[in-house]
Each structure stands twice: as C-alpha cells, then as structure tokens.
Design a protein around this ligand. Structure first.
Ligand code: HEM
Length: 138
C-alpha cells in the first residue's frame, strides 16, 4: 500500500518515546464514554505491549507481507460481534487517538504525513471490521 514506508518510519520515530502507548490509552479512553468500560478488567501492562505490537502487525500486513496476517485475524475475531463486540462506530476514535499520540512524539510530523496515516489506519480498521460478524466454519 502506498505510503506505508513513511507511516512505518513515523511510528518508529514515535516509538522511540516510551510514553507513546501510555499517551495513546490516555487519549483513547477519554475520547468516548463507551470505551473505558470495555477495559475494566484489562491488565494494562500487557495490553500496552500487545497494542504496540498490534500496530506493527497491521502495518506489515498492509505492506503486503503475510507473516502476521494470522495474528491479525485472531485480533479481529477478538474484537468481533461474537467476542468483545466492539461497535464499529468506535474505531474512528481509535484512529483519531493513535494519530494524536503519534503526532505528539514524531518530530517530522506534517499534514501530508497525517493524510497518509489516516488512509492507512482506515484500511487497517476495515480489515478488522471484515471479521466483525464472522461465522465459524462448521
Ligand atoms: C485497528 C484498531 C485496533 C487494534 C489494532 C487493536 C488491537 C488490539 C490488540 C492487539 C489486542 C490484544 C488482543 C489479545 O489479547 O490477543 C486488543 C484487545 C482489546 N481491544 Fe483492541 N484494537 C483496536 C481497536 C479497538 C477498539 C476501537 C476498541 C474499543 C473499545 C478496542 C478494545 C479492546 C479491548 C476491550 C480489548 C481486550 C482487553 C483485555 O484483554 O482486557 N480495540 N486490541
């Protein structure tokens, strides 16, 4: 997918700051009243690491490499109607929160980069949502 290298490099620069994912969850949990209750039993030490890696999986998949695609399907199913049942309408808050957090820490941030980030995260969310209502093969 076009622009994926720029986004991966931007995420790499932002990840040099260990606070990035803390900041993401701070912004995300406050971004909509329906979000926080989903995380009431969550171990955030584990969750922050899973999310940090999850974004890498998403970017690698969108780069056209299939190494992490199975893991991504697992993540998609976890969020699906049959499991966590995360409403599709909440994904826009996830995108906006990740953008806000990366923007604070990537010193090469610019409007064109933001446009590409948004396009790519949208494609990533669309992948997750393709599995929102998955039916197990019987
Ligand atoms: C593309 C967007 C997203 C990605 C890449 C993502 C990534 C992840 C990953 C990697 C996990 C860990 C899965 C595991 O335990 O194996 C997870 C769990 C979870 N995610 Fe997401 N997520 C996304 C969007 C969302 C949204 C919009 C919500 C809305 C509330 C959400 C809520 C949760 C919850 C509640 C868990 C389970 C936490 C727990 O185990 O207690 N996620 N997510």
């Amino acid at each position: 997918m076009e622009g994926i290298d720029l986004v991966t490099q931007s995420y790499g620069r932002a990840c040099l700051h260990p606070q990035l994912i803390d900041r993401f969850y701070e912004i995300f949990l406050a971004s909509h009243p329906d979000i926080k209750p989903f995380f009431r039993h969550t171990d955030f030490v584990k969750q922050k690491l899973l999310l940090k890696t999850g974004v890498i999986m998403l970017l690698t998949h969108l780069e056209g490499k299939s190494a992490w695609t199975e893991n991504l399907i697992h993540i998609a199913r976890r969020h699906s109607k049959q499991e966590l049942n995360i409403p599709p309408s909440l994904y826009q808050f996830w995108i906006d929160s990740l953008i806000s957090a990366v923007k604070e820490y990537d010193n090469k941030w610019n409007p064109e980069l933001e446009r590409i980030w948004r396009k790519i995260l949208r494609a990533g969310v669309d992948f997750l949502l393709e599995h929102y209502d998955h039916v197990e093969a019987t």
